[in-house]
Ligand binder design. Sequence first.
Ligand SMILES: C[S@+](CC[C@H](N)C(=O)[O-])C[C@H]1O[C@@H](n2cnc3c(N)ncnc32)[C@H](O)[C@@H]1O
Length: 292
Amino acid sequence: MRVREVRTDRLGAVSGEVWVDLTRHPYVEGETAWVPVREGFAFDREIPERHAYAGRGYFMLGDVAVVRGDRPAEKEVAGIVRFRHPRGVLWIESLDGVTRTPVTEILWGSAGEVCHREEGYTYYLDPGRVMFAQGNRDEKMRMARLVRESPAGARVADMFAGIGYFAIPMAGSGAKVHAMEINPVACAYLERNIAANGLAGRVQVSCGDCRVHLSGTYDRVVMGHFDAVTMLPAVFSHVHGRSVIHVHSIGDVSGTIQDLAEGAGFSPSINVHKVKKYRPHEWHIVQDVTLS
Ligand SMILES: C[S@+](CC[C@H](N)C(=O)[O-])C[C@H]1O[C@@H](n2cnc3c(N)ncnc32)[C@H](O)[C@@H]1O
């Protein structure tokens, strides 16, 4: 297939151009798209004809294809390899314990550290050692947008920062972020990712239990952990009467949040926001809790 290389953010702009072969789909990888070219027009290169992948969902972290859940069949793995040409296919069977450490197996090729690009930010991580919340892309961008819409220089706590998927877009949008993370491996990647995105000075990192490291007063608190509500009481002495707390959970826990906030002397207004389907009939929820 003859293609021209364009940046993905220009896909819309080129779609009406005469050289584009509208009978085929562009091939997108990260921020690069290879757009099929009609017969007779100039092209940048030829790539192998692509066959639609019909197996179950997977996602790319850098150049490694990641499959979650049940072990994929050999033909699914072969399909991913044929379709995406990854460096390796990594199966994440589960995420274990407090640190959500992946239990993995490399099913094809090699894995290890990757450099992943998302929404203009760079993340280094080893998906075999630390988790990456791939399914929360809209939520990460929503947090960045809320920061941009709030007063400049807002002080934000990211209590379960991982490798920085909330902290980095929020700092990139103007917040001063205090990022806390208990897993030393994730903490090392967090530090590296802050530097890689030119955000040193905007993000303060504390490695250890967030309940111990919370300090001072925050305008916004992100609690990106499914058991967040159990740790909510620790937050109330670090917020003010207009702070917003984003409490993640599986299922709606707004009743518990209401009781805890009122017990701490606040009158909360709670907005329930769906992030993604987690299991059949179960949603990953974020409760946006505005205090007064
Ligand atoms: C952001 S991920 C969770 C993502 C997803 N919402 C979930 O619960 O599976 C959780 C991160 O919080 C970290 N973590 C867990 N308990 C913590 C604690 N008490 N203090 C700081 N970080 C913690 C883990 O090491 C992990 O990197």
